[in-house]
Design a protein around this ligand. Structure first.
Ligand SMILES: [Ca+2]
Length: 51
């Protein structure tokens, strides 16, 4: 399970739900970029993109 900062209330579960929709085991961190586009995971999630 990813470890989320304590200052990330409730959104952590939503991000985990987003991660669960993609086959990115091992690359689920905010700064990872499993599809090697211009956006890291946190940006993809925030913008409604695909991992
Ligand atoms: Ca990406």
């Amino acid at each position: 399970m990813p470890v989320y900062p304590a200052s990330f209330p409730r959104g952590g579960a939503l991000y985990a739900d987003w991660v669960a929709g993609y086959d990115i085991a091992g690359e689920e961190g905010f700064a990872e970029n499993p599809d090697n586009d211009a956006f890291d995971n946190l940006a993809e999630y925030g913008l409604g993109g695909a991992a």
